[in-house]
Design a protein around this ligand. Sequence first.
Ligand code: ZN
Length: 258
Amino acid sequence: MANDLRLTTYRRLVETIVSLGIPTLTVRDFIRAKPEGDMCILRHDVEWGCGRSLAVARIEAELGVRATYYFHGQHRPRVFLPGEIAKFAALGHEVGYHHETLDQCRGDFDAARRLFIDNLAAFRRAGLTIDTVCSHGNPRVRKVGYKVNYDLFKRYPELLAEQGLLGESYMEGRPPEMFSSSDTGARITAFRLAKTVHIPGASVQGLIDTLAAGRDRRLHILTHPDYWSDGALRANALSLAGRLAHLATSTLKRLKRI
Ligand SMILES: [Zn+2]
């Protein structure tokens, strides 16, 4: 478990998916075709910089796999680097916009709508094709009048189509019956949207074992490549930080109930 967040482990996970013959899809592919049967949607949120994500994108391209990478907008200049983002598209991956305009605008829906349109236009002005978007979740931002950033499209149901978008990853790109795995907070979890089912050991190896056992063949895998690296030291430190942060949050929740 300690070495979960190493690129070599990620490569093994993708190799397992490929060797099992499970087709991999981008979010765009999925929303367009809504295929039945075996499949794995691979989604990555790029949070801190493009470098580590590009390493992951290259591993996938080498293995013949296409994934979706969501990038923050102009307000995060270490991520919004059109020249770098174009490299992901050149490898065959889908690139999309990781939006958080309701957080940025403190719940002002009108302002968030304008900012969303503005940020999306900046991607397209830079020559990038954007067909889908995905909401960023920041637990540190207090949400007043909304719960998640994609509530924007519940207030303005026409906004996605109006902006020439196929869909939003949380709304159309992840059906409830799908087996999902996420590394949010540098902790591996696996769940169905209807009920949380933790995989053995809650690790990437556990996920590989579950897949190899043939138990689940309709999957949605989310990673944040900024957590992943080649070095064991960084991987171990992040994995420990993730576990401690989770422990702190769950202890706080319990204390609030006492
Ligand atoms: Zn995010």
